[in-house]
Write a protein that binds this ligand. Structure first.
Ligand SMILES: *[C@@H]1O[C@H](CO)[C@@H](O)[C@H](O)[C@H]1NC(C)=O
Ligand SMILES: *[C@@H]1O[C@H](CO)[C@@H](O)[C@H](O)[C@H]1NC(C)=O
Ligand SMILES: *[C@@H]1O[C@H](CO)[C@@H](O)[C@H](O)[C@H]1NC(C)=O
Ligand SMILES: *[C@@H]1O[C@H](CO)[C@@H](O)[C@H](O)[C@H]1NC(C)=O
Ligand SMILES: *[C@@H]1O[C@H](CO)[C@@H](O)[C@H](O)[C@H]1NC(C)=O
Length: 665
């Protein structure tokens, strides 16, 4: 019996010694698997693997975990204590908000079941608010801002004494020993966070650091507190966590505690359990990725969009439904752009008041000339395009084939076959080109004559060119003359009344009756007559730089004829290789065609026959009425010269040729 009692005594002694030993050295938990000395209540539990979960993500929960043995904080022993723990606060979705937080608690009792969850952290309650009798110290890692507790920042670290209103708080951060600066910590990252609480009887220091970082040299919070007024003789140490509407999984991974700084055992961080992160992690990653991708993709899209808009704008065209029937004649701007090297300077073959002419090559290798005309009115465009297309149907070996057109805002492009030798006037008036021989000249005027004859009588409609002159006569590779630039052409059904259209043309080629009875085939004959004289005499029909008596070619040729020196009017560059009779005949024909009275002018068909000597030129006297008289109107016309307005005719708006606006319109 005595022996039994003895044994019990011995066991009790050993037990007490063990306890006091634990009291001195404190304890360390690198996991809570076999933590028999841990008391838990509420939502708290120990997960397989040794993780201490204070709360899961259930609303309005609190959970506590205390070391079962109280520590002596009586006046005789030291009030100091040191603790180091690793915790993790994992919201239901990473990156989202969570609540409410974890607190390290020093309490006179393990029973905090009367405390409130939510912002009271499972430590405090309204009845115990601020009363010293509660004898509570809490170091809170609070992830919710509670305005009534004067909490200004959402996640914060605070020292609470008997009240959820912190006596000291700060944004979670740590002092990096390496970088010697503060680095902030995201409490809700789900990553393990190390916390140190040191109290030496005077100062209470709190430090935080990420798991891989050593203890900071400077604490986050440092507060002078006399805990002898708060602590009772025996105090329990532990943790509390709570949820409210805001939820987090609150975990303690490891914990070391001692009343003595020297005896505080180090946590073996490598042994700590893994924190289960939300399953949404994978689903949660895409937003990050999407963000990155979006950041990368948006500029790319913007660049592509910009390029697209730029290209669309660059190649934009004006197309209207009525143009559909002209489909084959319509060129796309893009194809013309490509054909002319982007309307490059090296492709430009002509430039004038009317616009610019570019040489281009279509993919099939066909050479084209593209004339760019600017226009700013849509009016008359329909008729214009119709006529362009009609023109495309005109077939004559001495016409420059018009292939089609393209419309853009403020711009019209006419596409015709490329004439490699350029226009006749360059050969007549520019010294850098060889002067055409008599045979070439006579052949060219024959070509043009037959082209005009075809326009007047041979086509489906009567076509008035209205702007016959050397600069509109193009030369193909074989030096054949080809009538081009239908910029002012007009179309009439055969037998229609041709009068009452605007007077357009170029001074010197314009028949006097243009301003009274208007356009007719005879006005084209007049212009052709002026053109004949131009080719033979090698000068323009009206040249304001000449002396007065020579200024008007028709008049001057007639004067010379009167003086018996008709041949002297020929181009001096002709040299000697010509037949006088032919030259005389063509000069006379020129005078015949420029007769002031339209009814006295031959028809174009006859003119062709005269030129080819199939018909003899009719005898006419030098003093026949109308011969050699120059139209008086245009002599004073310099003041009446206007750039035609839209109302004048469908074509003339695109062309800035000199034009005499007729009266009465
Ligand atoms: C949280 O833990 C409690 C037990 O404490 C359990 O009944 C509940 O299902 C858990 N909730 C979740 C979301 O895990
Ligand atoms: C707690 O008590 C303090 C005074 O000690 C008071 O200002 C505060 O409003 C109280 N808070 C609550 C939630 O009762
Ligand atoms: C608290 O931190 C201060 C430095 O801010 C330091 O001087 C003091 O020794 C620390 N006290 C404890 C108990 O660690
Ligand atoms: C770092 O944080 C501590 C505590 O919050 C503060 O006292 C100190 O001024 C901060 N230092 C810097 C460089 O921001
Ligand atoms: C703490 O308070 C107690 C009782 O009020 C007092 O005896 C003691 O000297 C104080 N300690 C310090 C360090 O001020």
């Amino acid at each position: 019996m005595a022996c039994k009692l003895h044994l019990v005594l011995i066991f009790s002694c050993v037990y007490l010694i063990c306890l006091s030993g634990q009291q001195d050295t404190g304890f360390v938990y690198n996991g809570f698997d076999q933590a028999d000395d841990i008391f838990i209540d509420g939502n708290a539990r120990i997960l397989p693997g040794g993780l201490l979960q204070l709360t899961n993500t259930t609303e309005l929960q609190m959970g506590h975990a205390f070391f079962k043995q109280p520590f002596d904080f009586d006046q005789s022993s030291s009030l100091s204590f040191y603790t180091h723990f690793v915790c993790a606060l994992v919201p239901p979705k990473l990156g989202a908000d969570g609540g409410h937080g974890i607190a390290f608690v020093v309490s006179p009792s393990m029973d905090l079941s009367l405390a409130y969850a939510t912002q009271y952290m499972g430590v405090f309650s309204i009845p115990t608010n601020g009363t010293f009798s509660s004898h509570l110290l809490a170091i809170e890692l609070d992830t919710v801002k509670t305005v009534e507790f004067n909490e200004l920042e959402k996640p914060h670290v605070g020292i609470d004494v008997n009240s959820p209103i912190s006596v000291e708080s700060a944004l979670p951060s740590y002092f990096s020993n390496a970088f010697r600066k503060n680095i902030s910590i995201n409490l809700l990252s789900g990553e393990p966070i190390q916390v140190w609480v040191d109290y030496d009887g005077l100062l209470l220091n709190v430090s935080l650091a990420p798991i891989e970082i050593e203890k900071p040299n400077r604490p986050l919070l440092s507060r002078a507190i006399n805990l002898s007024e708060i602590f009772q003789d025996k105090m329990y140490v532990g943790f509390s966590a709570s949820t409210g509407n805001m939820l987090s999984n609150h975990y303690i991974l490891g914990w070391s505690f001692s009343k003595s700084k020297k005896l505080l055992q180090t946590l073996d961080l490598s042994k700590l359990a893994q924190v289960p992160l939300p399953r949404e992690e994978k689903k949660k990653l895409p937003p990050l990725l999407i963000g990155l991708v979006v950041l990368l993709v948006i500029p790319v899209l913007m660049i592509l969009g910009g390029v697209y808009l730029y290209r669309r704008n660059k190649f934009a065209e004006v197309r209207e439904s009525w143009e559909k029937e002209y489909g084959p004649h319509r060129f796309s701007y893009k194809s013309l752009y490509k054909a002319t090297n982007g309307f490059g300077k090296d492709c430009r073959v002509g430039k004038g008041g009317f616009g610019e002419v570019y040489k281009g090559t279509l993919p099939q290798g066909r050479h084209i000339a593209v004339k760019r005309l600017s226009h700013d009115a849509e009016q008359g465009m329909k008729q214009f395009v119709a006529e362009v297309v009609t023109m495309g149907n005109l077939q004559h070996r001495n016409l420059v084939p018009l292939l089609g057109y393209c419309r853009r805002k403020g711009e019209l492009l006419l596409v015709s076959e490329y004439m490699p030798k350029g226009s006749l006037d360059q050969y007549l008036f520019r010294n850098q080109h060889p002067s055409p021989s008599w045979l070439q000249r006579i052949s060219i005027v024959k070509d043009i004559g037959s082209a005009i004859s075809y326009l007047h009588t041979g086509a489906k409609q009567v076509v008035l060119h209205r702007d016959i002159k050397a600069s509109n006569v193009m030369l193909d590779s074989k030096f054949n003359g080809r009538l081009g630039d239908f910029g002012m052409a007009k179309f009439y059904d055969h037998g229609a009344n041709l009068s009452a259209t605007a007077a357009v043309g170029t001074i010197g080629y314009m028949a006097p009756e243009l301003i009274t009875t208007g356009t007719s085939t005879k006005t084209d004959v007049y212009a052709f007559g002026a053109f004949l004289l131009e080719v033979i005499c090698g000068r323009r029909p009206f040249d304001p730089e000449m002396p007065v008596e020579k200024r008007h070619l028709v008049k001057w040729v007639c004067e010379c004829w009167k003086r018996g020196s008709l041949l002297e009017t020929r181009d001096p560059r002709l040299g000697g290789e010509f037949l006088s009779e032919e030259v005389e005949m063509v000069l006379k024909l020129g005078l015949l065609c420029t007769n002031a009275m339209p009814e006295s002018r031959p028809a174009m068909g006859q003119v062709v026959q005269y030129l080819s000597m199939d018909l003899p030129l009719p005898e006419f006297l030098l003093y026949s009425p109308g011969i050699g008289s120059f139209m008086p109107v245009s002599m004073e016309a310099s003041s009446a010269i206007v750039i035609p307005s839209l109302r004048s005719s469908s074509f003339s708006m695109f062309v800035t040729h000199t034009v005499i606006d007729g009266p009465g319109r």
